[in-house]
Design a protein around this ligand. Structure first.
Ligand SMILES: NC(=O)c1ccc[n+]([C@@H]2O[C@H](COP(=O)([O-])OP(=O)(O)OC[C@H]3O[C@@H](n4cnc5c(N)ncnc54)[C@H](O)[C@@H]3O)[C@@H](O)[C@H]2O)c1
Length: 457
């Protein structure tokens, strides 16, 4: 085993980009990323990476084949590595006790058992996945139950990257958080991991805490980010009723330096694989601790998000004369945010299902997420067309529902789009990224989110 050898189990949205950054910044380390999903690994070894992130391809190509390797041989990877990051998925449990809230730790536990089985020397195991508080303790127990007398140190090093800006976030993180056990082995392991990040992250941005604080901080960060979105989305509903304008309110409120301007944009609701599952995980933890008021407080963030998605779909139906049955609706954007092809928990899934439930015909366009959209809606009943061109999606449509904040949506020729559509033509801007006045002047009936509509009706 080479001391400067790193393995990451899990080649997903976190494992792939994070390891590519470590390999690029630490050329003296050999970095291997292993996954049981052979198709994913083949993707990482090809010209078409399995995930889209701006700058990721260039980053991977810098080190791949030099000190960055992708493999399905998890066992060999474990035997050869000194430091093992585990970045497998931790979805919400769908069965048994805690179903619908608690994290499903089966993939993590399998990885820990395999590490204990394959290891021939002491190793450092790093929690990269987002885990419930005190997970490190359970993992440590599993690892220490090995019969070879090996010692494992478990560190918590949650990832804070945001999809769509993953490479920039990894290169210049707000902070790197590392939690360790308060033991001499824990401290030594911490030093080894700090040394890796210190290759490019300023020391003052590398925070070290106890392992429980680190696990808790990740859950709380996501809960607070989601809470801001739900807060401003709740106000967007009120703006539509009162004549206030959500963009003006966000701007005015965000200029207060105590509040800050980020994450205050109203939209169709948050998505992504993490926010909902991490809040539910927090809720479950509160319930287990008999903190029912605290649990109810955080659960409301998720409920408000469900309300916002439903509200958007209902607004479409209501304003299109209470029926969209048989009407073609062009869906602009399916990814949960711009600059990613990821559609996990995307509001577009639920909104599409609601519109299909009203018997609308959907014509979906997204620059990067069409393949995932098809998979997400594979079981949905109704007529869906997947379009590789936005103008094709808009042709003969009664309405456009804009669901993702892709920049390109603002640059289209909306005169041409208007001419292609049925009349009256409706446009529901779920992200407030279009020029509403101009669209109204072209002839659209425009429904921005959290603002008064501009209609010719
Ligand atoms: N996606 C994000 O933006 C993000 C950000 C921060 C933290 N996280 C957390 O990071 C973790 C991973 O998230 P992700 O989005 O990368 O998930 P992902 O689903 O994209 O990737 C997980 C990978 O782990 C692999 N895997 C599962 N079990 C395995 C096993 N036993 N051996 C080898 N490989 C195995 C899967 O095949 C999959 O490719 C989650 O806990 C998530 O909450 C995600």
């Amino acid at each position: 085993m080479d001391k400067k050898s790193i393995l990451c189990i899990g080649a997903g949205y976190v494992g792939g980009p994070t390891m590519a950054m470590i390999a690029a910044q630490c050329p003296e380390y050999k970095v291997t990323v292993a996954d049981i999903n052979a198709e994913r690994i083949a993707g990482w070894n090809s010209d078409t990476l399995p995930i889209y992130e701006p700058g990721l391809k260039e980053l991977v190509e810098k080190s791949r084949g030099r000190n960055l390797f992708f493999t399905t041989d998890v066992e060999k990877g474990i035997r050869e590595a000194r430091i093992i990051f585990v970045s497998v998925n931790t979805p919400t449990k769908t069965f048994g006790s805690g179903a619908g809230k608690a994290a499903d730790l089966q993939f993590w536990e399998k990885s820990a058992r395999l590490i204990a089985e394959q290891a021939g020397e002491d190793k450092i195991v790093v929690e990269k996945s987002t885990l419930p508080v005190r997970a490190a303790e359970a993992i440590h127990r599993i690892l220490q139950s090995n019969t070879k007398g090996l010692n494992f140190a478990v560190l918590s090093n949650p990832e804070f990257l945001a999809e769509g800006t993953a490479v920039a976030d990894l290169e210049n993180p707000d902070r790197v958080l590392i939690g360790s056990m308060v033991t001499p082995e824990g401290h030594n392991a911490l030093e080894e991991l700090v040394e890796i990040y210190a290759h490019w992250v300023p020391r003052e941005k590398i925070l070290t805490t106890n392992v429980w604080s680190s696990e808790m901080s990740k859950l709380v960060s996501n809960a607070m980010l989601a809470q801001r979105i739900s807060s401003i989305n709740s106000i967007s509903a009120l703006c539509e009723k009162t004549g206030a304008d959500i963009s003006e309110v966000s701007h005015a409120v965000g200029m207060d330096s105590r509040v800050g301007s980020k994450f205050l944009r109203a939209g169709v609701g948050f998505g992504g694989s993490c926010f909902k599952k991490d809040i539910l995980n927090l809720v479950y933890l509160c319930e287990c601790c008999n903190l029912h008021e605290v649990a109810a407080y955080w659960e409301q963030v998720v409920l408000m998000n469900e309300y916002q998605k439903r509200r958007f779909a209902e607004r479409i139906v209501k304003n299109m004369f209470n029926t969209i049955s048989g009407k073609r609706i062009a869906v602009f954007g399916f990814a949960f945010k711009a600059d990613t092809g990821d559609t996990r928990e995307s509001p577009a899934i639920h909104i599409s299902e609601l519109l299909l439930g009203e018997c609308a015909t959907l014509a979906i366009y997204d620059p990067k997420a069409l393949a995932n959209a098809k998979a997400d809606l594979a079981g949905a009943k109704g007529t869906i067309e997947y379009c590789s061109d936005p103008y094709e999606a808009a042709k003969d449509a009664h309405a456009i529902a804009l669901l993702t904040d892709w920049k390109e949506f603002a640059g289209y020729d909306y005169r041409k789009i208007f001419s292609l559509m049925e009349k009256p033509a409706f446009l529901f801007d779920g992200r407030n990224i279009l020029n509403h006045k101009e669209l109204f002047e072209i002839g659209f009936n425009v429904y921005p989110l959290g603002k008064q509509e501009l209609t010719h009706l």
